[in-house]
Ligand binder design. Structure first.
Ligand code: DON
Length: 578
């Protein structure tokens, strides 16, 4: 094994020294683990986990060491993060998973997105003058859609796992009951989330009895959450959707003008969907379909970019960044018009990911000049008819994979904790379009098809991504970041497949983002001032912006696992299984 690694490293370092002399196709055929790279992934032989919380990654790796598969581990991690990373890990929210089930050789897109309660309607946040109160829309009991996380995590373990639901809940129950040591990340989060103090149950849960903050190194216990998780372990998902927990959720909703009823909770359903699929330079890509826009537009952007020799231009060059930004604008414009809940409208996914359509969009890109956003409109598809989320990736030696992006929407969601349960509720109602002329909470435009409607799921940007070669898994990734999820995931794929970077370099490299509106090209610090001035000369309105996602990635190559947690947020960790 060591010998194999040494040979790999030797080959890689020779390849690395010639890196500017080989073309994209040749790069892809060289090992991506380079001894001379600037950033290095973690290596594992029997599996890998990458998540936003080091303790949770360690616990998940331990489950796999003891014989659990990646699906058991992925479900356990989802519950554990609800305890260790309360700003985003959750049981009161929802999301999208890609689960690769090795024995079926099948990748399944699991939609556990929240839906709007039956009593929700499109005018519910407007006053008589047509104004919207953001506080009511974002930070009240009405901000919550019906949560899907418990159903989603239980679904994968009960259908494709080897452990029981109670077994995968055990680490989360233990952490909530016995407490976790407060990390820098958690202390800083709670310190800046003043609005948690506005809700009495959240104040009780997240602060000391005298109202002061938990300090780094102190023990933080969540007894109510331990009760909720234990009820689910004992009585199954029905505890949450029909039983003791459901009753507490509904009582709290009724006491505070919330809309979620027992009937809404009982109606919640996880939906298995076919992933949206595409290719980039011969590699296969699977991602989450609608109601997430994440997969469709990553593939659409890659299809556009495939028409340009980006590797020859060089990663980070103004020409490559210019073209990448132009592709982003075109895709985000289409997102505003065509995406919605597929259970309510027809979505032209095949047309959006059509290579011919992408070619026509590519032809509209000028090499020298940025097209102003107001000159871009959602494309005509007729002729082609053919601050918080978290992502984690888990993979085992049988080839099972779980990529999960789930969210409460904002950091700590609506800030509402359901009395007696420790459940922090989502504010994903904010991903609906209030009116087509009003951007959503992330500045994204949407159509009437994404307006609030009973049982409708709001359009999301969340999508885990799995890249394979000849049907064999190659790497997986995913990220939080609201509207920037799509552009960050796409740049990760591009950095690996086009520029031949290992997953560590591919994650760290500064990113850019353009979502059509606002009409500005956002860049991270690290893009050189010279490059910025060249981009400005091409007509881009460049602004510096932090927070372009946080990728949690795993690559599988030549029998080894390579994991990497983006350093953009503190406390994340990739852990290999030996
Ligand atoms: O579904 C969506 O697209 C958003 N609710 C995601 C929110 C998010 O990523 C916030 N995080 N950083």
């Amino acid at each position: 094994m060591l010998k194999k690694l040494t040979i790999l490293l030797a080959v890689a370092s020779i390849a690395a020294s010639n890196i500017t002399l080989i073309n994209a196709q040749e790069r892809l055929s060289t090992p991506l683990f380079e001894y001379n790279a600037i950033n290095h992934p973690v290596i594992g032989r029997k599996g890998m986990v990458a998540s936003h919380n080091a303790l949770s990654s360690e616990i998940t790796a331990e489950i796999m060491r003891k014989g659990g598969n990646a699906i058991d581990a992925g479900a356990a991690l989802g519950f554990a993060l609800a305890v260790t990373l309360p700003r985003a890990g959750n049981i009161g929210g929802g999301g999208f998973m890609l689960v690769h089930v090795a024995k079926l050789n099948k990748t399944i897109a699991v939609d556990f997105r929240e839906f709007a309660p039956a009593a929700a309607h499109k005018d519910m946040f407007f006053d008589e003058e047509g104004n919207v109160s953001n506080a009511e829309y974002r930070f009240t009991h009405k901000s919550s859609a019906v949560p899907g996380s418990v159903a989603g995590l239980a679904h994968i373990v009960e259908k494709y796992g080897t452990m029981t639901l109670a077994e995968v809940l055990e680490p989360a129950i233990r952490l909530a009951r016995d407490g976790i040591i407060v990390t820098y990340d958690l202390a800083a989060d709670l310190d800046r989330s003043e609005r948690l103090r506005n809700n009495p149950a959240a104040l009780k849960k997240f602060y000391k009895p005298d109202g002061s903050n938990y300090e780094v190194g102190e023990l933080f216990k969540q007894p109510d959450l331990a009760w909720t998780l234990s009820e689910i372990a004992e009585h199954g998902v029905d505890a949450f959707y029909k039983g003791s927990v459901a009753k507490k959720i509904v009582a709290d909703m009724e006491a505070h003008n919330g809309l979620i009823t027992m009937a809404d909770l009982a109606a919640y359903k996880v939906i298995e969907r076919e992933p949206v699929r595409g290719t980039y330079r011969g590699y296969e890509i699977a991602a989450s379909p609608a109601p997430s826009s994440g997969g469709t537009h990553v593939i659409q952007m890659l299809n556009i970019l495939e028409n340009f020799p980006l590797a020859e231009m060089g990663p980070g060059s103004s020409s490559a960044l210019h073209i990448t930004a132009e592709a982003m604008k075109l895709a985000y414009a289409d997102r505003s018009k065509y995406l919605g809940d597929p259970d309510f409208i027809d979505i032209p996914t095949d047309a959006l990911v059509d290579k011919g359509y992408a070619k026509s969009l590519a032809a509209s890109i000028s090499m020298d000049k940025a097209t102003p956003s107001e000159e871009i409109a959602p494309g005509n598809l007729a002729i082609y008819e053919s601050d918080e989320t978290t992502h984690y990736s888990v993979m085992d030696s049988e080839g099972n994979m779980v990529g999960n992006t789930y969210t409460l929407m904002f950091s700590f969601g609506s800030g509402v904790v359901i009395e007696g349960t420790g459940i922090l509720m989502n504010n994903n109602i904010g991903n609906f379009t209030l009116r087509p002329d009003i951007p959503d909470a992330f500045g994204l435009m949407g159509s009437e098809d994404n307006m609030i409607h009973p049982y409708r799921r709001p359009v999301s940007s969340m999508s885990p991504i799995i890249v394979s070669k000849d049907g064999k898994p190659f790497f997986m990734t995913g990220t939080p970041g609201g509207s920037k999820i799509i552009s960050a995931n796409m740049q990760m794929v591009l950095n690996v497949l086009e520029y031949g970077m290992n997953i560590a370099d591919a994650s760290v490299t500064p990113r850019i983002h353009h979502q059509w509106y606002p009409a500005e090209l956002q860049v991270e610090s690290g893009i050189s001032p010279d490059t910025v001035s060249l981009l400005r000369q091409k007509g881009h309105t460049v602004v510096f912006s932090p927070g372009m996602g946080s990728l949690q990635s795993i690559m599988w190559q030549d029998g080894l696992f390579y994991g990497y947690s983006d350093p953009r947020r503190p406390g994340a960790k990739a852990v290999g299984v030996e």
